[in-house]
Design a protein around this ligand. Structure first.
Ligand code: NI
Length: 180
């Protein structure tokens, strides 16, 4: 998920420094359902590190593996000084509702209001495969849920009316030069 407080940055899509290219809508990989992680090895740990650094370079507060073309249930979130690794995550409890503006690194310059739970409890694996739980409230909860949606091929524009969604699709097409 995009950090709303930071200005847009443009980067060459290069990985010479270990930074991964962010796939932009309408890249079809963004609509695919990711596979659960079953192997917890050094490669996974390294990938999580690269996901964090790629997220930071792009001023994100969250980044999911499919956004870098990897269809595995892995995402990272960093907000308010705290970092979270989400591997095979699921919501085990939730409370309340919040409405707020949301952006996504795969939709540069595009924001929309999305209603989400105000508080969530997440059960996840850590990089070693152990089960961990953590809670998030407000914008942190929003970031968890936005990234977890990515792991199921769901995008924030899927919450909008078809009218609003089509307007965003047109804007995204202009941005990327893509066709629909
Ligand atoms: Ni996103």
């Amino acid at each position: 998920m995009k950090n709303l407080t930071e200005s847009e940055k443009t980067l060459s899509n290069e990985s010479s420094n270990g930074i991964l290219e962010i796939r932009k809508y309408p890249d079809p990989v963004l609509k695919k359902i990711s596979e659960p992680v079953t192997v917890f090895d050094d490669e996974l740990e390294d990938f999580v590190k690269v996901l964090f650094s790629s997220m930071r370079v792009h001023d994100g507060v969250g980044l999911a593996a499919p956004q870098v073309g990897v269809l595995k249930k892995i995402a990272v979130v960093e907000y308010d000084g705290k970092s979270y690794v989400l591997i095979n995550p699921k919501v085990v409890d939730q409370k309340g509702l919040q409405e707020g503006e949301e952006g996504c690194l795969s939709f540069p310059g595009i924001y929309a209001h999305v209603t989400r739970p105000q508080w969530v409890k997440i059960e996840s694996n850590d990089v070693h495969g152990d089960t961990v739980t953590f809670e998030g409230e407000g914008y942190t909860a929003r970031a968890f849920l936005h990234e977890m949606d990515h792991l199921n091929g769901k995008l924030f524009i899927d919450y909008l009316s078809s009218l609003k969604r089509n307007a965003i699709k047109k804007k995204a097409a202009k941005h990327t030069g893509g066709h629909f």
